[in-house]
Write a protein that binds this ligand. Structure first.
Ligand code: NAP
Length: 295
Protein backbone atom coordinates (compact mmCIF):
# COMPACT_ATOMS: atom_id res chain seq x y z
CA UNK A 1 0.00 0.00 0.00
CA UNK A 2 1.66 3.25 1.14
CA UNK A 3 5.14 4.32 2.19
CA UNK A 4 5.35 5.07 5.96
CA UNK A 5 8.02 7.70 5.61
CA UNK A 6 6.32 9.63 2.81
CA UNK A 7 4.14 12.12 4.67
CA UNK A 8 2.57 12.69 8.03
CA UNK A 9 -0.92 11.37 8.63
CA UNK A 10 -2.32 14.93 8.65
CA UNK A 11 -2.13 15.20 4.90
CA UNK A 12 -3.64 11.82 4.16
CA UNK A 13 -7.09 10.39 4.58
CA UNK A 14 -7.69 8.74 7.92
CA UNK A 15 -9.52 5.44 8.10
CA UNK A 16 -11.90 4.63 10.92
CA UNK A 17 -12.96 0.99 11.12
CA UNK A 18 -16.08 0.61 13.25
CA UNK A 19 -18.89 3.14 13.52
CA UNK A 20 -20.50 2.14 16.78
CA UNK A 21 -20.98 4.77 19.48
CA UNK A 22 -17.26 5.37 19.99
CA UNK A 23 -16.11 4.90 16.40
CA UNK A 24 -18.75 7.38 15.25
CA UNK A 25 -17.49 9.96 17.76
CA UNK A 26 -13.90 9.42 16.57
CA UNK A 27 -14.75 9.69 12.85
CA UNK A 28 -16.95 12.75 13.38
CA UNK A 29 -14.38 14.53 15.54
CA UNK A 30 -11.56 13.98 13.04
CA UNK A 31 -13.78 15.14 10.20
CA UNK A 32 -14.80 18.22 12.22
CA UNK A 33 -11.09 18.93 12.65
CA UNK A 34 -10.62 19.14 8.92
CA UNK A 35 -9.24 15.68 8.23
CA UNK A 36 -10.37 13.65 5.27
CA UNK A 37 -11.98 10.63 6.94
CA UNK A 38 -13.15 7.37 5.40
CA UNK A 39 -15.19 5.09 7.63
CA UNK A 40 -16.16 1.46 7.33
CA UNK A 41 -18.65 -0.41 9.46
CA UNK A 42 -19.86 -4.02 9.25
CA UNK A 43 -23.39 -2.67 9.03
CA UNK A 44 -22.90 -0.12 6.27
CA UNK A 45 -25.81 2.15 7.30
CA UNK A 46 -23.84 3.36 10.34
CA UNK A 47 -20.93 4.46 8.13
CA UNK A 48 -23.38 6.08 5.72
CA UNK A 49 -24.95 8.01 8.59
CA UNK A 50 -21.62 9.85 8.96
CA UNK A 51 -21.74 11.25 5.44
CA UNK A 52 -23.62 14.32 6.72
CA UNK A 53 -20.50 14.99 8.81
CA UNK A 54 -18.31 14.92 5.72
CA UNK A 55 -17.07 11.37 6.26
CA UNK A 56 -16.75 9.10 3.24
CA UNK A 57 -18.49 5.75 3.80
CA UNK A 58 -16.61 2.77 2.36
CA UNK A 59 -18.32 -0.56 1.73
CA UNK A 60 -15.18 -2.64 2.23
CA UNK A 61 -12.21 -2.47 4.60
CA UNK A 62 -9.87 -2.49 1.60
CA UNK A 63 -11.61 0.54 0.12
CA UNK A 64 -11.57 2.30 3.50
CA UNK A 65 -7.82 1.81 3.90
CA UNK A 66 -6.81 2.64 0.33
CA UNK A 67 -4.62 5.76 0.31
CA UNK A 68 -4.54 6.01 4.09
CA UNK A 69 -1.54 5.63 6.39
CA UNK A 70 -3.57 5.65 9.61
CA UNK A 71 -6.39 3.23 10.39
CA UNK A 72 -8.10 3.66 13.74
CA UNK A 73 -9.95 0.51 14.73
CA UNK A 74 -12.84 0.81 17.20
CA UNK A 75 -15.10 -2.22 17.23
CA UNK A 76 -16.73 -4.27 19.95
CA UNK A 77 -13.89 -6.64 20.86
CA UNK A 78 -10.72 -8.34 19.64
CA UNK A 79 -12.61 -10.96 17.60
CA UNK A 80 -14.27 -8.09 15.75
CA UNK A 81 -10.86 -6.44 15.22
CA UNK A 82 -9.57 -9.68 13.68
CA UNK A 83 -12.69 -9.98 11.54
CA UNK A 84 -12.16 -6.45 10.19
CA UNK A 85 -8.38 -6.52 9.71
CA UNK A 86 -8.31 -9.97 8.09
CA UNK A 87 -10.31 -8.55 5.18
CA UNK A 88 -7.05 -6.97 3.95
CA UNK A 89 -3.87 -9.02 3.39
CA UNK A 90 -1.35 -6.26 2.82
CA UNK A 91 -1.14 -3.57 5.50
CA UNK A 92 2.15 -2.11 4.32
CA UNK A 93 2.40 1.64 4.85
CA UNK A 94 -0.51 1.68 7.29
CA UNK A 95 -0.33 2.24 11.02
CA UNK A 96 -3.19 0.43 12.71
CA UNK A 97 -4.17 2.18 15.95
CA UNK A 98 -6.44 -0.20 17.76
CA UNK A 99 -8.51 1.58 20.41
CA UNK A 100 -10.83 -1.39 20.87
CA UNK A 101 -10.78 -2.65 24.45
CA UNK A 102 -8.77 -5.86 24.83
CA UNK A 103 -6.37 -7.75 27.05
CA UNK A 104 -2.56 -7.40 27.10
CA UNK A 105 -2.34 -10.75 25.27
CA UNK A 106 -4.75 -9.44 22.62
CA UNK A 107 -2.44 -6.48 22.03
CA UNK A 108 0.61 -8.75 21.62
CA UNK A 109 -1.23 -11.05 19.21
CA UNK A 110 -2.64 -8.22 17.07
CA UNK A 111 0.74 -6.47 16.99
CA UNK A 112 2.31 -9.70 15.67
CA UNK A 113 -0.43 -10.21 13.11
CA UNK A 114 -0.34 -6.67 11.72
CA UNK A 115 3.45 -6.72 11.60
CA UNK A 116 3.36 -10.03 9.74
CA UNK A 117 1.01 -8.40 7.24
CA UNK A 118 3.65 -5.65 6.74
CA UNK A 119 1.76 -3.01 8.72
CA UNK A 120 2.62 -1.14 11.89
CA UNK A 121 0.64 -1.35 15.11
CA UNK A 122 -0.13 0.83 18.10
CA UNK A 123 -2.46 -0.14 20.92
CA UNK A 124 -4.83 2.43 22.37
CA UNK A 125 -7.09 2.67 25.39
CA UNK A 126 -9.96 5.11 25.70
CA UNK A 127 -10.77 6.34 29.19
CA UNK A 128 -13.79 8.49 28.42
CA UNK A 129 -17.25 8.42 26.86
CA UNK A 130 -18.03 9.14 23.19
CA UNK A 131 -19.40 12.58 24.06
CA UNK A 132 -15.98 13.46 25.55
CA UNK A 133 -14.06 12.68 22.35
CA UNK A 134 -12.47 15.90 21.07
CA UNK A 135 -12.43 17.45 24.54
CA UNK A 136 -8.87 18.22 25.70
CA UNK A 137 -9.63 16.49 29.01
CA UNK A 138 -10.73 13.20 27.40
CA UNK A 139 -7.95 10.74 28.16
CA UNK A 140 -6.66 8.35 25.48
CA UNK A 141 -3.52 6.30 26.12
CA UNK A 142 -1.24 4.59 23.61
CA UNK A 143 1.54 2.03 23.68
CA UNK A 144 3.93 0.72 21.05
CA UNK A 145 6.93 2.02 19.16
CA UNK A 146 7.41 5.66 20.19
CA UNK A 147 8.63 6.90 16.80
CA UNK A 148 5.47 5.46 15.26
CA UNK A 149 3.35 7.17 17.87
CA UNK A 150 5.17 10.47 17.22
CA UNK A 151 4.31 10.14 13.55
CA UNK A 152 0.59 10.24 14.39
CA UNK A 153 0.64 12.18 17.64
CA UNK A 154 -0.78 15.40 16.24
CA UNK A 155 -3.68 13.58 14.60
CA UNK A 156 -4.47 11.49 17.66
CA UNK A 157 -4.26 14.62 19.83
CA UNK A 158 -7.46 15.86 18.17
CA UNK A 159 -9.34 13.10 19.99
CA UNK A 160 -8.42 14.31 23.46
CA UNK A 161 -5.58 14.30 25.96
CA UNK A 162 -3.01 12.01 24.36
CA UNK A 163 -0.86 10.03 26.73
CA UNK A 164 1.96 7.82 25.45
CA UNK A 165 2.63 5.04 27.96
CA UNK A 166 5.55 2.94 26.76
CA UNK A 167 7.07 0.90 23.93
CA UNK A 168 5.64 -2.22 25.54
CA UNK A 169 2.59 -2.90 23.38
CA UNK A 170 0.83 -4.57 26.34
CA UNK A 171 0.98 -1.56 28.67
CA UNK A 172 -2.21 0.09 27.37
CA UNK A 173 -4.31 -2.94 28.09
CA UNK A 174 -2.67 -3.49 31.46
CA UNK A 175 -3.79 0.05 32.25
CA UNK A 176 -7.24 -0.78 30.92
CA UNK A 177 -7.43 -3.90 33.12
CA UNK A 178 -6.40 -2.20 36.35
CA UNK A 179 -8.40 0.89 35.67
CA UNK A 180 -11.45 -0.93 34.34
CA UNK A 181 -11.54 -3.33 37.25
CA UNK A 182 -11.27 -0.45 39.73
CA UNK A 183 -13.79 1.77 37.98
CA UNK A 184 -16.31 -0.96 37.14
CA UNK A 185 -16.16 -2.64 40.55
CA UNK A 186 -16.33 0.74 42.30
CA UNK A 187 -19.43 1.80 40.40
CA UNK A 188 -21.04 -1.59 40.98
CA UNK A 189 -20.27 -1.30 44.70
CA UNK A 190 -21.88 2.15 44.67
CA UNK A 191 -24.96 0.82 42.88
CA UNK A 192 -25.21 -2.10 45.33
CA UNK A 193 -24.91 0.19 48.35
CA UNK A 194 -27.35 2.78 47.01
CA UNK A 195 -29.92 0.09 46.16
CA UNK A 196 -29.69 -1.08 49.77
CA UNK A 197 -29.94 2.45 51.18
CA UNK A 198 -32.97 3.34 49.06
CA UNK A 199 -34.72 0.10 50.06
CA UNK A 200 -34.21 1.18 53.68
CA UNK A 201 -35.82 4.57 53.08
CA UNK A 202 -32.78 6.80 52.49
CA UNK A 203 -33.82 9.58 50.12
CA UNK A 204 -32.07 10.57 46.91
CA UNK A 205 -31.31 13.97 48.44
CA UNK A 206 -29.62 12.33 51.42
CA UNK A 207 -27.60 10.11 49.08
CA UNK A 208 -26.53 13.08 46.98
CA UNK A 209 -25.54 14.99 50.11
CA UNK A 210 -23.42 12.18 51.58
CA UNK A 211 -21.86 10.73 48.42
CA UNK A 212 -19.15 13.45 48.08
CA UNK A 213 -17.87 12.63 51.57
CA UNK A 214 -17.41 9.01 50.54
CA UNK A 215 -15.76 9.84 47.22
CA UNK A 216 -13.45 12.40 48.85
CA UNK A 217 -12.37 9.81 51.39
CA UNK A 218 -11.62 7.37 48.56
CA UNK A 219 -9.66 10.04 46.68
CA UNK A 220 -7.63 10.71 49.82
CA UNK A 221 -7.03 7.01 50.56
CA UNK A 222 -6.14 5.43 47.21
CA UNK A 223 -2.69 7.07 46.84
CA UNK A 224 -1.78 5.71 50.26
CA UNK A 225 -2.86 2.24 49.14
CA UNK A 226 -0.82 2.45 45.92
CA UNK A 227 2.26 3.54 47.90
CA UNK A 228 1.83 0.76 50.43
CA UNK A 229 1.38 -1.91 47.77
CA UNK A 230 4.31 -0.55 45.76
CA UNK A 231 6.68 -0.42 48.74
CA UNK A 232 5.34 -3.48 50.56
CA UNK A 233 5.00 -1.45 53.77
CA UNK A 234 1.48 -2.14 55.07
CA UNK A 235 1.95 -0.99 58.66
CA UNK A 236 -0.84 1.37 59.75
CA UNK A 237 -1.41 3.69 62.69
CA UNK A 238 -4.99 4.41 61.57
CA UNK A 239 -7.15 1.32 60.94
CA UNK A 240 -6.12 -2.31 60.70
CA UNK A 241 -7.39 -4.81 58.18
CA UNK A 242 -9.26 -6.59 60.98
CA UNK A 243 -11.10 -3.35 61.77
CA UNK A 244 -12.21 -3.13 58.14
CA UNK A 245 -13.12 -6.82 58.23
CA UNK A 246 -15.37 -6.33 61.28
CA UNK A 247 -17.02 -3.29 59.71
CA UNK A 248 -17.61 -5.21 56.48
CA UNK A 249 -19.19 -8.06 58.44
CA UNK A 250 -21.60 -5.59 60.06
CA UNK A 251 -22.51 -4.08 56.69
CA UNK A 252 -22.99 -7.54 55.18
CA UNK A 253 -25.33 -8.51 58.02
CA UNK A 254 -27.36 -5.33 57.51
CA UNK A 255 -27.65 -5.86 53.76
CA UNK A 256 -28.48 -9.55 54.06
CA UNK A 257 -31.15 -8.76 56.68
CA UNK A 258 -32.72 -6.37 54.20
CA UNK A 259 -32.79 -9.11 51.54
CA UNK A 260 -29.85 -7.87 49.43
CA UNK A 261 -27.26 -10.35 48.13
CA UNK A 262 -24.39 -7.83 48.56
CA UNK A 263 -22.24 -9.67 46.02
CA UNK A 264 -19.63 -6.93 45.65
CA UNK A 265 -19.22 -6.44 49.39
CA UNK A 266 -19.07 -10.23 49.84
CA UNK A 267 -16.13 -10.39 47.41
CA UNK A 268 -14.37 -7.55 49.26
CA UNK A 269 -15.04 -9.27 52.57
CA UNK A 270 -13.54 -12.53 51.27
CA UNK A 271 -10.36 -10.77 50.17
CA UNK A 272 -9.98 -9.22 53.62
CA UNK A 273 -10.78 -12.53 55.32
CA UNK A 274 -8.07 -14.30 53.31
CA UNK A 275 -5.49 -11.80 54.57
CA UNK A 276 -6.78 -12.03 58.13
CA UNK A 277 -6.69 -15.84 58.00
CA UNK A 278 -3.08 -15.55 56.82
CA UNK A 279 -2.28 -13.73 60.09
CA UNK A 280 -2.07 -10.25 58.56
CA UNK A 281 -5.06 -8.66 60.27
CA UNK A 282 -3.02 -6.23 62.37
CA UNK A 283 -1.57 -4.55 59.27
CA UNK A 284 -3.33 -2.03 57.03
CA UNK A 285 -6.08 -2.71 54.50
CA UNK A 286 -3.56 -2.80 51.64
CA UNK A 287 -1.97 -5.97 53.02
CA UNK A 288 -4.70 -8.02 51.35
CA UNK A 289 -2.81 -7.37 48.11
CA UNK A 290 -0.25 -9.93 49.27
CA UNK A 291 -2.74 -12.79 49.19
CA UNK A 292 -4.53 -11.98 45.91
CA UNK A 293 -2.04 -13.27 43.36
CA UNK A 294 1.60 -13.14 42.26
CA UNK A 295 3.57 -10.16 43.52
P1 NAP B 1 -20.84 -0.29 20.01
O1 NAP B 1 -21.58 0.98 19.89
O2 NAP B 1 -21.56 -1.47 20.51
O3 NAP B 1 -20.22 -0.64 18.58
C1 NAP B 1 -19.63 -1.88 18.34
C2 NAP B 1 -19.03 -1.84 16.97
O4 NAP B 1 -18.35 -3.09 16.73
C3 NAP B 1 -20.04 -1.67 15.83
O5 NAP B 1 -19.48 -0.85 14.85
C4 NAP B 1 -20.20 -3.11 15.35
O6 NAP B 1 -20.63 -3.20 14.02
C5 NAP B 1 -18.78 -3.58 15.48
N1 NAP B 1 -18.67 -5.03 15.44
C6 NAP B 1 -19.15 -5.92 16.35
N2 NAP B 1 -18.83 -7.17 15.98
C7 NAP B 1 -18.16 -7.07 14.82
C8 NAP B 1 -17.56 -8.01 13.94
N3 NAP B 1 -17.59 -9.33 14.20
N4 NAP B 1 -16.92 -7.56 12.85
C9 NAP B 1 -16.86 -6.25 12.58
N5 NAP B 1 -17.41 -5.29 13.37
C10 NAP B 1 -18.05 -5.70 14.48
O7 NAP B 1 -19.56 -0.13 20.95
P2 NAP B 1 -18.73 1.19 21.27
O8 NAP B 1 -19.31 1.86 22.45
O9 NAP B 1 -18.51 1.95 20.01
O10 NAP B 1 -17.36 0.55 21.75
C11 NAP B 1 -16.35 0.19 20.82
C12 NAP B 1 -15.06 -0.08 21.59
O11 NAP B 1 -14.71 1.11 22.30
C13 NAP B 1 -15.21 -1.20 22.63
O12 NAP B 1 -14.04 -1.99 22.64
C14 NAP B 1 -15.37 -0.45 23.93
O13 NAP B 1 -14.91 -1.18 25.04
C15 NAP B 1 -14.49 0.76 23.66
N6 NAP B 1 -14.86 1.88 24.53
C16 NAP B 1 -16.13 2.35 24.53
C17 NAP B 1 -16.48 3.38 25.40
C18 NAP B 1 -17.87 3.93 25.45
O14 NAP B 1 -18.16 4.73 26.37
N7 NAP B 1 -18.75 3.60 24.51
C19 NAP B 1 -15.50 3.91 26.28
C20 NAP B 1 -14.20 3.40 26.24
C21 NAP B 1 -13.89 2.38 25.37
P3 NAP B 1 -22.21 -3.31 13.68
O15 NAP B 1 -22.71 -1.89 13.68
O16 NAP B 1 -22.24 -3.97 12.38
O17 NAP B 1 -22.86 -4.13 14.78
Amino acid sequence: MNDHSETTSCSRPITVLGCGLMGTAIARTLSDNGFSVTAWNRTHAKAQALEVDGVRAATTVADAVAGSDLAIVCVANTDAVRAALSQVDDWSGVTVVNVTSGTPDDASALDSWVTTQSGAYLEGTIACYPSDIGDPHALLCYSGQESLFDQHRSTLARLGMTHYLSANIRSCNVLLAWWGSFYGASLSAYIEAVAYAISEGVTTDELLATTPMATELITHTVPQLATAIGTGDHITDQATLDTFLDASRLCLNAMHSAGHNANILTAAYRNMLAASDAGLGSEGLSVQSTVLGPQ
